[in-house]
Design a protein around this ligand. Structure first.
Ligand SMILES: *[C@@H]1O[C@H](CO)[C@@H](O)[C@H](O)[C@H]1NC(C)=O
Ligand SMILES: *[C@@H]1O[C@H](CO)[C@@H](O)[C@H](O)[C@H]1NC(C)=O
Ligand SMILES: *[C@@H]1O[C@H](CO)[C@@H](O)[C@H](O)[C@H]1NC(C)=O
Length: 369
């Protein structure tokens, strides 16, 4: 009597499209979403939508992984030298633990969102003193989160668009050795965690992408552990990298023996959005996810939050918005179904898929009106 009911209950999660469930079927480790702590949202005056938001975040078939958008950054974790504060980062970590989500941890050494004391004019660092600062930071933060991270973004954004090192307090004092020091330290603190270098605009072959390949080789030649490269994937709907460009970029890292993950994927569009820009966005998401499914080295995709009002985009790029998968009223973007399609892809011909995507978008538009 209960048998069929239990069977039905077991099947129910798959009755509506679910990103992580399909990602796993497509051979990926996870489809994840970054999130901020509720505390930060309250301060931003966005707490009203939180319950509905939280239900999606905790839907195990939707997201199999999460990342604290901000809470583990240096600004929050070591606001004063030697004073560590894990309050913000712990909120997201405890959601990950309660829900059994994989956690990508982010980010240990980065010149932005850095605590002001590191860059203060009075801080007269020598290579020795700044090295000690990096070692203490990496060690304390990683020890606090030991056993709870699948991966750490050890170094974030160290290059310019032309592939040369960008100006930062770390590079000025230590040169490229700061990267070696950060990875070497991380490998000692937690040997089992995946260590990533994370960046944007490296999702297609370019001088900057070559620069990241150079960093990977530099570490490998010195016998320093690096396991992965994070493609942030902050794309613009009107000019994203193509599917083939992304596959070529992933393969280039794969050839060096490291894995790749999309770590901060979002696709922003000019406001007000229209059918065309939503279709561009859907295609851009499908190509990124499709590249990850097709290229052997790519293991998973994380989007940079999932709900438009919580996105960083409108604060950073005035006039652009709607970069994620849920609109303000919690209706899904057409890109949601396009991603599911890219995850299911492999059997239907490209032409059939395009037709199907068009039909789904038309249905969704009809529903929205
Ligand atoms: C730690 O951070 C939290 C959240 O940002 C803040 O509310 C709290 O006051 C901080 N604790 C200390 C001791 O500074
Ligand atoms: C839709 O938006 C894009 C910019 O995002 C613009 O180039 C295009 O002209 C718009 N199309 C219509 C029909 O308004
Ligand atoms: C879908 O699969 C086909 C056949 O394997 C492939 O050529 C195409 O690039 C894939 N599309 C996406 C978006 O992954």
């Amino acid at each position: 009597m209960y048998g069929p009911l239990i069977l039905l209950a077991a099947l129910l999660p798959f009755t509506s499209a679910q990103l992580d469930a399909y990602a796993k079927k497509a051979g990926l480790k996870y489809f994840g979403a970054a999130t901020d702590s509720p505390g930060q949202r309250e301060r931003a005056g966005l707490e009203a939508s939180y319950e509905q938001y939280d239900a999606i975040l905790r839907d195990g078939n939707e997201f199999g992984s999460t990342t604290p958008t901000n809470g583990q950054k240096w600004l929050f974790t070591e606001p004063e030298q030697g004073v560590f504060n894990f309050t913000e980062g712990d909120i997201v970590t405890s959601i990950a633990q309660e829900q059994g989500l994989i956690q990508r941890c982010h980010a240990l050494v980065w010149h932005s969102q850095l605590a002001p004391w590191v860059e203060a004019a009075s801080a007269d660092w020598t290579p020795e003193t700044l090295s000690a600062v990096i070692v203490a930071h990496v060690t304390n933060v990683m020890e606090h989160y030991r056993g709870r991270c699948y991966a750490w973004d050890v170094v974030n954004e160290a290059l310019d668009e032309d592939g040369g090192y960008c100006d930062s307090i770390f590079y000025r004092v230590l040169g490229a050795d700061f990267i070696k020091l950060a990875f070497r330290t991380a490998a000692v603190v937690e040997p089992g965690v995946k260590l990533y270098y994370n960046y944007y605009n490296i999702e297609k072959p370019s001088p900057k992408s070559d620069g990241v390949l150079r960093i990977v080789r530099m570490l490998q030649e010195d016998g320093i552990k690096i396991d992965g490269v994070g493609f942030q994937g902050h794309f613009v709907a009107s000019r994203p990298p193509t599917l083939d460009e992304q596959i070529a970029a992933i393969d280039a890292y794969g050839a060096l023996g490291v894995e790749v993950a999309y770590t901060e994927l979002d696709v922003r569009q000019t406001t007000p959005v229209n059918e065309t820009s939503l279709e561009w966005q859907a295609n851009a998401y499908a190509d990124a996810v499709g590249a990850c499914v097709q290229a052997k080295a790519c293991i998973g995709v994380t989007i940079w939050d999932f709900y438009d009002p919580f996105s960083w985009v409108p604060y950073t790029f005035p006039g652009e918005d709607a970069a994620l998968l849920w609109f303000e009223d919690f209706a899904k973007h057409p890109a949601y179904d396009a991603i599911i399609d890219a995850l299911k892809n492999g059997t239907a011909s490209p032409c059939k898929r395009k037709k199907r995507r068009r039909a789904q978008m038309a249905a969704r538009r009809a529903k929205l009106q």
